[in-house]
Ligand binder design. Structure first.
Ligand code: SF4
Ligand code: SF4
Length: 337
């Protein structure tokens, strides 16, 4: 495990962070074991959010008695002052703590949402007030549009950003990470497996580990998963391996989807998941969870070709800020079944 100063925040943070988003899906005993095993084995960054069902409560139940051993990051997805303030107070209660180390304005993907959060009666003011009151130590932001976030951090209102960085989504490397490095900001990469799709796991974890980020948040739900993630970071990445991983990322990201979720499909095809996993699926095969995803959505994906309203102009493509050809990717996927 590597430890580095967390940008200007300065905390010596572990390179692996515990993503607690999926803990609500497993028995409490299992979640408690995984969290405590992580702390016992050098992980000192715990990531959750007010929106992750009862994830905050599980953390409060399981490790609040060890509060001085970890850096605690949570999030509010509210945009207005009053609701964000409520979220912060509830997070403190659920996490059983007096202070949150990092409060992130969560999932900001549209310009209008950013503006709303930053207005006088926006969520950002609630975060600043909580900081002044000693309830929050630092303020960050999370989102899926790296080039927009690179602009939004120009006024130094945030100390940290949480962004996607994995073999199928290397896009933060273009503008966002260099801008954050220039500003000595805390850099946290999420979803190394892109939500359970990318294999092999060790390469998937070692790719963001090879880049200039402080923490890689991996969603974990068991002691075995914690062990597997820690093992992937046992050795530093040498130059030859870094180049090999970067080449893989270049090939696996040709779909160009950022997972901004601007698109929607009237028949319920989860377009970003299909887009992002499309090249990985073709070239390397997927993790079991990824195969399960395709099994589950098979009928819908097959129905795309016959969906009358999209025959002339695909409805989804009109919504994509990157003008991606989603319909043809979905139909190629259907042809591969
Ligand atoms: S083209 Fe296919 S994926 Fe896109 S909106 Fe229409 S049915 Fe959905
Ligand atoms: S396909 Fe386009 S709109 Fe949909 S998530 Fe990807 S980048 Fe965003």
């Amino acid at each position: 495990m590597r430890y580095r100063a967390f940008g200007k925040i300065g905390f010596q943070v572990s390179s692996l962070g515990f993503g607690a988003m999926n803990l609500p899906g497993v028995p409490l005993e299992q979640a408690r074991d995984a969290l405590n095993y992580a702390l016992d084995n050098g992980i000192n960054y715990i990531d959750t959010a007010a929106a992750y069902r009862n994830s905050e409560e599980i953390i409060g139940e399981s490790i609040s008695h060890r509060r001085d051993e970890f850096f605690l990051a949570t999030k509010t997805n509210k945009r207005d002052y009053a609701s964000a303030k409520e979220d912060i107070e509830r997070s403190l209660t659920r996490l059983k703590t007096d202070v949150i180390d990092l409060l992130q304005i969560h999932y900001v993907n549209y310009v209008h949402e950013f503006k709303a959060a930053m207005e006088e009666d926006g969520a950002y003011r609630a975060a600043v007030e909580a900081k002044e009151a000693g309830k929050v130590r630092h303020i960050g932001i999370t989102g899926h549009r790296p080039e927009l976030i690179a602009k939004w951090i120009q006024k130094d209102q945030f100390e940290q950003v949480l962004f996607h960085l994995n073999l199928a989504q290397p896009f933060a490397l273009n503008e966002l990470i260099p801008e954050m490095v220039r500003r000595d900001m805390a850099r946290v990469a999420m979803k190394p497996l892109s939500g359970g799709f990318i294999r092999p796991v060790d390469k998937a974890i070692r790719y963001p580990y090879s880049q200039d980020v402080h923490v890689i948040i991996s969603g974990m739900v068991s002691v075995d998963e914690v062990k597997q993630n820690i093992a992937a970071m046992e050795r530093e990445v040498e130059e030859a391996e870094r180049l090999e991983l970067e080449q893989m990322a270049q090939q696996l990201s040709t779909h160009n989807c950022r997972r901004c979720n601007y698109c929607s499909c009237p028949i319920g095809i989860p377009i970003p998941d299909v887009m992002i996993s499309s090249v990985v699926r073709q070239q390397m095969g997927l993790l079991a969870k990824g195969d399960g995803f395709y099994e589950k959505h098979r009928e819908k994906i097959l129905a795309c070709a016959d969906y009358e309203p999209c025959k002339e102009t695909p409805l989804c493509q009109k919504q994509c800020p990157y003008q991606l050809p989603m319909q043809s990717v979905i139909q190629r996927t259907a042809a591969s079944f």
